[in-house]
Every structure is written in structure tokens, then in C-alpha cells.
Design a protein. Structure first.
Length: 501
């Protein structure tokens, strides 16, 4: 008897529906898996056979051929186990009925338990797109799949439980989310109120949060750059539902949602020894890198010049396009990478070039070589450059005088709301405006336009740099709750552009 069951194959953050065909024929007992399957898929035959034995379901001693079609699509991972078990049970005559509206995805243990797998949210969306109405997945993945609300989900704990449901012996109830999904409010390790001094840097980060701008903080060691970056997470607005689905789709593809949904904006902080592949993603079967895991959140690169030059340079295209395409022999995948880049650096190798209390031991050649570790095109893609000065012991001895993060977050939320209405999108920010939108929403009066032209010539701004200047000025205007950009707001935006060397 020939059986055909549907299962999903992960392709980046999307999924393709695969047909699992099972045939039982006469001959010496054997279990053969074909269809461009990797080692993990081929080993499924041992997991499935042992699981069915522990579930007390007899399988005839015949030649079993399992084909995963289309055969030219690479299949990897353990998510085919459940589909292969159902296909085998159907071919052996244990199950009857229409399986053409069902999708099966899950790993099976030797004892018959069903274990969580990655990319379940993408599997649910693929099932819906292909007209399938029922999704059978591990119970640990049910909450994630429930983000796709238009499909019936069955949370499966064991192979025996699945068999009894499909054979009409003990019907499972469709999974229902126990409570309304609560999006996490912004949280951070550090509150802005606990940061001593650094008023200008705090203002720069508020503007960055309001418009989704990239930031580079430069200053001597020990001035609070890392502390400020960590405090940024506490003033970002909560994820919208659409953003939450996107974030969980990426993290699920990387296998990072089995412990629960991601409900707060990501804040990724890779070490400076991270390679280019670790940042952009890759591998023989391409997986998301740090820039994609930072999607809709923050990628924090502490001590940016210490990262390998090639790792820094690979960020250039994703910063512009908001996505990264990875090509390998097994195929090409595209991952989203719409993130805020927040980076820090010292002014020189020893770190004390701008510290009034310490003498710098670096030569001009060493300083120049250190600055060249970050290329001009990369610096041009960073909207806000801010100097973080040394803190005096007098400031440290007193109590912090800054505003609490919760108050700053309210202004940021109001500015983001204005952008959402203006750009007609809940997740587009000023940093993402195209040239047409800039011309429409960043128009300047004659006096402000003259100032912009004069500053562009003095700072030697590129066309990209000039457009980024207008975007930052638009974010300042949104924080000030003003419809048009004034000279004062443009002047403040100019303070965050680097001086030419």
C-alpha cells in the first residue's frame, strides 16, 4: 500500500511543503529513505521504528521505502519524524481517512515522546498558504504556532497519543492559547536615571530610539558607553503584533524559541571576536546571524574597531537594504535584518586621546591607523556620532540627576506614533524613509535650507550623509512635537555628524 503525508521543510524563515511517500513491498525487511535527505533525516528511520515499538504499534517486517518529494529539494533536520511515522502507519493499514488536509512536523524520541523543533511558525504559515487546515506539532511549539490564528493546531505529546487521535480512539482537542499574548514592556539592565552625567549622550540615544537611527559613541574607557547602550533597551517602544511575528519567525528558524516566545525587542551583543559569518549568518545550511537575530531590535557592537575588518564591512549592505541574502551550494535564503546599530569605540588604541585627566601614549600614525579600521562608507551609514566625555569624581560622588527611562520612553513612544501615522506603517521609522518620503516630510524653509547647504559643504557630506542628516532632524522635530523642521532642530542634528579628518 502507498501512503502520502505532508510535512514542511525549512528554507530560511520560510517553509516548503514536502510530500512523504511511503511504500511497503515484499522482500527482505529494510527501511530506506530517499529524496536528498541529510544524515538527521536518514536516521529518522531508527527513531520512528523504536518509537512505534514503545507505543506498542506493530509494523510488518517488509521492505519500507520512504520518498521525500520533490527529490531535488534538500531536506535537513529532525522535523520530518512525525510525518514519516504517520506515513508508515498509514501504509501499514493502521490509519485510514483523508490525510490531505493535515501537516505533520515534529521530532520523535526513541520512547515515543514528541520533541520541539525550530521554524514552527513558518510551518504554520506555509500550511495555511497551501490550503491545509490542520497542523500537528509538538506541544512545546504550540504557543508559537498559535501566532498563526487561522489554522487548527493539535499539540502532540507522544506518538501513541497521535495514533489514537488519527484512528478515532481518543480525539485530541484543538490547541487554544490559555491567555491573551502579553507583549513585554521595555526593560533594560540599566535605567537612564542611574547614569551619572552624559546629558548629551542621553539626548543622542533618545533621538536614536525615536527614529530608529544607528549610533556610534566614542570616548575614553570607563565613561559609561556600554552602560548607556544597555540603558537604550529601556526606552524603545514595545513590539507591535506584526513585529512580534517577524521576530519570532527569525528566532524560530535559529531554534531559539523552544523555551518560549520572544516578546521584547531583541538586544544582541556579540563579542568582538565574532566572524563575518556569525554576524550575517551562514553555514552549509544557512542559519540567521546576529544581524537577523537583532531584527526589529538592537545590535550592540562594543569596541567596534576591535572587530575584524571584514566583519564590520559585511554590515554595510544590510544596513542599507534591511535584509541579507546568503548563497550556498544547497540554495539561497534571505533573512530580514532591520536593526538599530549601536556601537562604541575608543578615540585611540590606548583610549585616552580625549581624556583631560590622562596623557595619550599613541603616535599620530597609530591614531590614524586605528581610525581607519572603520571605513568611511561604514561611518557614513551611521546617523548619530556622539562623544562621551570623561566623568569627574565630583559628578560620581553626587546622586544621578538624569530622567528616568520610563519618562523618556513616553516621549519616544509619542514620536514613534507620529511616524506611524505619517508613514502609514506601524513599524516604519524615520531612519527607513526613502528619498521620496524625505522630500515630502523633511521640507525646509529657505533659512533652514541655506543652513543645511552650508553645513553639507563644511562637513563634506555625501548624498547619503545629507539624507541621513534630514532624517535625524525629522526625529528631533517629532520629539519636539513639531510638524516642520526648524533651524534649531537642524542645528542639533548637525552636532551628531562627524567632523572630516
Amino acid at each position: 500500500m502507498l501512503a502520502r503525508i505532508f510535512a514542511p521543510a525549512q528554507l530560511g524563515i520560510s517553509s516548503q511543503i514536502i510530500s512523504i511517500e511511503c511504500d511497503l513491498s515484499n522482500g527482505l525487511p529494510a527501511f530506506v529513505v530517499v529524496g536528498l535527505a541529510d544524515k538527521a533525516v536518514d536516521e529518522a528511520k531508527e527513531r520512528v521504528r523504536a518509537a512505534l515499538r514503545h507505543a506498542k504499534i506493530a509494523i510488518p517486517a517488509r521492505r519500507i521505502t520512504m520518498n521525500l518529494a520533490p527529490a531535488n529539494v534538500p531536506k535537513d533536520g529532525t522535523g520530518f519524524d512525525m510525518g514519516m511515522a504517520v506515513a508508515l502507519l498509514t501504509a501499514a493499514g493502521h490509519l485510514y481517512g483523508d490525510m490531505g488536509t493535515k501537516l505533520f512536523a515534529g521530532e520523535i524520541g526513541l520512547d515515543g515522546t514528541v520533541r520541539a523543533i525550530p521554524a514552527v511558525l513558518s510551518h504554520a504559515q506555509a500550511a495555511l498558504a497551501n490550503g491545509l487546515s490542520e497542523l500537528y506539532i509538538p506541544a512545546d511549539n504550540a504557543a508559537e504556532a498559535a501566532l498563526c490564528s487561522d489554522i487548527t493546531i493539535y499539540a502532540v505529546h507522544t506518538v501513541r497519543e497521535l495514533y489514537e487521535h488519527l484512528s478515532q480512539q481518543n480525539i485530541l482537542e484543538p490547541y487554544q492559547s490559555s491567555s491573551r499574548l502579553a507583549l513585554a514592556p521595555p526593560t533594560a539592565e540599566v535605567d537612564f536615571a542611574s547614569v551619572h552625567g552624559q546629558t548629551r549622550a542621553k539626548r543622542a540615544l533618545e533621538i536614536a530610539a525615536a527614529g530608529g537611527h544607528n549610533v556610534l559613541m566614542s570616548g575614553p574607557p570607563g565613561t559609561g558607553k556600554t552602560m548607556l547602550a544597555r540603558a537604550l533597551a529601556g526606552i524603545l517602544p514595545p513590539l507591535s503584533f506584526e513585529e512580534l511575528v517577524e521576530v519570532n519567525q527569525v528566532h524560530s528558524a535559529a531554534g531559539l524559541t523552544t523555551a518560549g516566545l520572544i516578546t521584547a525587542r531583541p538586544f544582541r551583543n556579540p563579542h568582538h571576536t565574532a566572524s563575518a559569518v556569525a554576524l550575517i549568518g551562514g553555514g552549509s545550511t544557512p542559519r540567521p546571524g546576529e544581524i537577523s537575530l537583532s531584527h526589529r531590535g538592537v545590535l550592540f557592537l562594543d569596541e567596534l574597531p576591535e572587530f575584524p575588518r571584514v566583519a564590520i564591512e559585511v554590515l554595510r549592505q544590510p544596513l542599507e537594504d534591511g535584509r541579507v541574502t546568503i548563497s550556498r551550494a544547497t540554495g539561497t535564503v534571505t533573512y530580514p535584518s532591520q536593526f538599530m546599530l549601536v556601537a562604541t569605540q575608543n578615540p585611540c588604541p590606548c583610549g585616552f586621546a580625549t581624556d583631560p585627566n590622562r596623557d595619550c601614549s599613541c603616535s599620530e600614525t597609530q591614531k590614524s591607523r586605528y581610525r581607519r579600521r572603520i571605513s568611511g562608507p561604514m561611518l557614513d551609514r551611521i546617523d548619530i556620532h556622539v562623544e562621551v566625555g570623561a566623568i569627574s569624581t565630583h559628578e560620581l560622588a553626587g546622586k544621578p540627576q538624569g530622567e528616568a527611562s520610563m519618562h523618556i520612553a513616553k516621549r519616544v513612544a509619542r514620536a514613534r506614533s507620529a511616524q506611524a501615522q505619517r508613514l502609514n506603517s506601524s513599524y516604519h521609522t524615520n531612519a527607513l524613509m526613502n528619498n521620496q518620503q524625505i522630500n515630502q516630510w523633511c521640507s525646509l524653509n529657505p533659512a533652514t535650507q541655506a543652513l543645511a547647504h552650508q553645513a553639507a559643504a563644511g562637513l563634506q557630506l555625501s548624498a547619503r550623509g545629507y539624507m541621513r542628516l534630514l532624517r535625524v532632524a525629522r526625529s528631533i522635530a517629532d520629539l519636539d512635537n513639531q510638524k516642520s523642521i526648524t533651524e534649531a532642530q537642524l542645528s542639533e542634528a548637525l552636532q551628531y555628524r562627524p567632523m572630516p579628518y
